[in-house]
Each structure stands twice: as structure tokens, then as C-alpha cells.
Design a protein around this ligand. Sequence first.
Ligand code: DOR
Ligand code: ZN
Length: 429
Amino acid sequence: MTDLLITNAKPYGEEAVDLLVRDGVVAEIGTGLTAEGVETLDAGGHVLLPGLVDLHVHLREPGGEESETIETGSHAAALGGFTAVFAMPNTDPVADTAVVVEHVRRRGEEVGLVDVHPVGAVTTGLRGEKLAELGTMVASAAQVRMFSDDGRCVNDPLIMRRALEYAGALDVVIAQHAEDHRLTGGAQAHEGAIASRLGLAGWPATAEETVIARDVALAREAGAALHVCHVSSLHSIAVLRAAKAQGVRVSAEVTPHHLLLTDGRLTGYDPVNKVNPPLRTGADTQAMREALAEGVIDVVATDHAPHASQYKDTEWAAAKPGMLGLQTALSVVIHTMVEPGLLDWHGVARVMSERPAEIGNLPDQGRPIAVGEPATFALVDPDAQWTVRGAALASRAANTPYEGMRLPGAVVATVLRGRMTARDGKVVA
Ligand code: DOR
Ligand code: ZN
């Protein structure tokens, strides 16, 4: 059923209204609305946002089902307030052909809780040597709109140049994991005082900054859209600001963990804190927050990276990088951006829904809350507090860096085209 009466909801935290949804579309907004024979959702005066859109998740299917599946990842997404996610191609097999991206898309549709958009690989096998068949993936039933070798950087400038040229012609975006692998060989942590003290090989911030600088030049020349994944270093901000000022088609994301966590957490050598790019310094997290508020960084993307315990409960050097993000993202954004007054609810809608939908080229996501628009929402109780427990999260893996932390803000309901997908912490089957 996609007819729904939502009562007492505050769009963007403003005046409380009722919304009547017919056939998945907002038919009426007013006060004292009634309707016969429709499902109702008492919004309890909570904040109504457009459904959240995540440009960067790892759902691990096919091939990594011990860590996550499209089904368990969709549960986590719906519970986190997300209505669309982009699934990265570093699966096994790699999503570098129409067959694999179509499988991911179809599996997402079967689960039906969140729109799952497969990201295609830029290069065959993520090896960085030969362009994948981008045009075939664009034309496939998966309708791929974003390409990335995430987990790896497209390091070869000639390959990156060609990828951007194709992307411009196909009107798709190249999402770059900006890491010059020649500078990060063996790296285990942010290069700085803490890594030195702990005896961990350093990942210099320049490995990110130099790739971004190169790529914006290539994107400018190709006239193509470049998206920079998980910006982590304050030095990258100046490069992005200058590129945007010149009119280069570049967008950028920051993860919740790079807004909140620093390399100060590494002293216990707990691999739950190992992530790529690495947690950096307090000055970096502060710069990320300011750049997000200013719009130099466009969006928050989770880089949700589930890893089964055999990949994480091991010594630091052997552990895989990555951390869960889907069910904690909004709370971390409230804590780091809303509570200090850096973003209001319109701002949250901008960085977690509207801009991601624009960058990902999704015409029916990130839409205004208005009559005639899709009824695709996240309903948020901003006053709720909850304690994060990895074992209680919907992901198959439990590698949350927020274990035991008390975070503000709870997703009360998620609605996708008029259908409730989550309600009071439970998935609506
Ligand atoms: O921490 C990370 N984990 N960074 C990446 O780039 C890849 C991701 C993964 O796939 O686990
Ligand atoms: Zn990455």
C-alpha cells in the first residue's frame, strides 16, 4: 500500500503539518487532514527530512556475504533513514560488467527496502590497467551512473584522463578514491606523531591532496564530473575550494568518522579504528566540519564497510580497513554539525539527501517535501539518545567504532515512495 496519512510532522524542523500520500506521491499538505482506509503514521512532532541518500557503501555481495549482503545492508540502510544507496564495486567478482551490476540492482529491487544503485568499476578487476566497459554498464538494466575503483585509486594519469573523457561523453561521474599508492605503500595510520609513537607506517596527507590536484586538472580539461570520495585531510580543502572557484565540475564527500574520530583512538591498537583513508588529527576533523558547512565538501557519505570478525579481530597490520556507518551516520552528523550550530535541518537535508541525489543523478530522490513530490522521507526524533551496540545493528558484521557511545537523534521511520520501510527501530517487511 502506498497510501499513507502522516500526522504531526515537522518538515525540516519547521511548523507541524499532516501529509496525505496517494500512490507514493504527496497529494496534500495541511492541518487536521483525515482520510478513510489509509495507513497512518503519527509523526509525534518529529523532524521530517527527505529520505537520505548515501553515495558510498560496501554491501559485499557478491562474494563477501560473510560480512554483509544486499539484504542485511538494505536493512541497515532503511533503519538509518536511507532511501537510496550506491554500492561500491569491490566485490568478488568485481562489478566491472553489465552482468554483475545488473545482479546487484536486481537483488536490491527484490529486497525492496532501499534503492540500490550499483557503482561500476573504472578499470577491469580494479587493477588500474585497462578501462572497464563503462558504456555497456551505463546502457545496461542497472543504469550505472557512477564509476569508481574505490578501495584503490585510479593512479595512472592516462587511465584517469581517459575515464574522465568517457564520463563526460556518457554524462556519468567518476568517484575517485584519492590515494597515491606510491606514497602509501605499507601505510597503517595517519602519518604524524601518533603513528611514529606507535611504530605504524604513515599514510601522508599529501597522498590524497596530490591526487585531488591532478584529478581536478584532468576533470577541467575533460569537462567531466569528478567526485572525490572520503576527503580526510585539511590540505585537500584548499585544492577543492580553488577548483570549485574555477568552475571545475568537482564534488566531494566526507564520512561521519572523519567528522568525529581522530588518530588519538589508535593508542590501544584496536583494529576497529583502522580505516582507509585513516583517522587523522583534530585539526583535520574541524576542517572537515567547516568545509561541509561551507559547501566546499558537498555531502556526507558513510563508506559503510562491514568486515566479518575474522578480518577485524586480529593484529592491527593484518586487519582490513573499514567501519560500519549506515545506522550511525545521521546521529554523528547531528552530534558534529547540528549541535554545534554548523548545520540546521535544511542543511542536513542538503548534505545527506539533496546534493547526493544530484551528484548521483537520481531524479526522484532528495526532492523537496511538497505536494506532487515523491513521499520518500526520514522521520527523525532529534531529542532521542541511544547507545550504540554493534551486535544490535542490522549489518551482518559488527565493526562499529562507536561501540558503547551515546549518540543523539534516532530515526523513527523511513518511507520510500509512500511505503514504510522502517518504523521504531524495526524494518517493515
Ligand atoms: O576503509 C575502507 N574500506 N576504505 C576503502 O577504501 C575500502 C573499504 C572497504 O572496502 O572495506
Ligand atoms: Zn575508498
